[in-house]
Write a protein that binds this ligand. Structure first.
Ligand code: ADP
Ligand code: MG
Length: 254
């Protein structure tokens, strides 16, 4: 079981889109992935067709009622497994925020129930570095960081790096990270500049595959579908297929 947190404290950079479509691609390859929606906005759940889920049947129940993670799994026709979210999850900070063991709760929950599985777990994080994202980062073997190809997103990377470096102290290990450029418009000079700057900083840890700006990727969540079901011949489908293959080749899910 490799656990991957898809994280960036900036919103709108493509975390959910990346988590959904890499998970879907892994499902098509028969890898039996589990995607966990750890954002109270529940965008990943909506993108998977689960727009209305009871709080008691969402990841919220793991935090509030000690429900086991495996009891919360939904099985999608595509082969993807999902633990959905609920807006209630936003109360977890207030509910558990002061307890010292809370940052390790998800890690423990995964170890108890799912550690025996040879299947990747992908966690879609929310855009803040609170209790929920700490849970994801503590549980994760690796972090996948989507960065959209624009100036402000590039600025956010500096802050993100500082935060991850600070976290390595209490974690007592390096946080292995890979960066993927999203919303790449090859006609824009700025997009190439962002990619080149990230290449300088991350070298091998920057994915060669860039996710192009693609209208089908923006449309598919409204249908509750991943890109491979919604628009199998689209650029978005090609890009996320290629990204998944690149990460598999690099051993990212092992
Ligand atoms: N490559 C892309 N091309 C076009 N639209 C995209 C792309 N990636 C994401 N989007 C859209 O941008 C918005 C933000 O993406 P999302 O994945 O939800 O970001 P985050 O989870 O980081 O907040 C969504 O409406 C999504 O559909
Ligand atoms: Mg999101």
């Amino acid at each position: 079981m490799a656990v991957i947190a898809v994280f960036n404290q900036k919103g709108g950079v493509g975390k959910t889109t990346t988590c959904l479509n890499i998970s879907a691609s892994l499902a098509m390859l028969g890898r039996n992935p589990l995607a966990i929606d750890l954002d109270p906005q529940a965008h990943l759940s909506i993108g998977c067709g689960y727009s209305v889920v009871a709080s008691s049947e969402s990841i919220s129940a793991f935090y509030r009622d000690e429900k086991a993670l495996d009891a919360l799994i939904r099985y999608l026709p595509s082969g993807l497994r999902l633990i959905p979210s609920h807006p209630d999850l936003s109360k977890v900070d207030a509910l558990l925020g002061k307890s010292t063991s809370v940052a390790g709760k998800l890690k423990k929950g995964l170890e108890v129930k799912l550690a025996w599985e040879d299947a990747p777990v992908l966690i879609d994080c929310c855009p803040t570095l609170g209790v929920l994202s700490l849970n994801a980062l503590f549980a994760a073997d690796r972090v996948l960081i989507p960065v959209s190809a624009d100036y402000l997103s590039m600025q956010g990377v500096h802050r993100l790096e500082a935060a991850l470096n600070v976290l390595e102290g209490p974690l007592k290990r390096k946080i292995e990270r890979s960066v993927v450029v999203t919303r790449f418009d090859s006609r824009r000079k700025l997009a190439h500049e962002v990619y080149d700057q990230l290449k300088e900083r991350y070298g091998q840890n920057l994915c060669d595959t860039r996710i192009a700006e693609n209208v089908s990727l923006a449309e598919s969540p409204a249908r509750g579908q991943d890109i491979f079901s919604y628009a199998p011949n689209s650029q978005g489908s090609q890009d996320y297929g290629a990204l998944t293959m690149e990460l598999l080749t690099k051993g990212f899910f092992e």
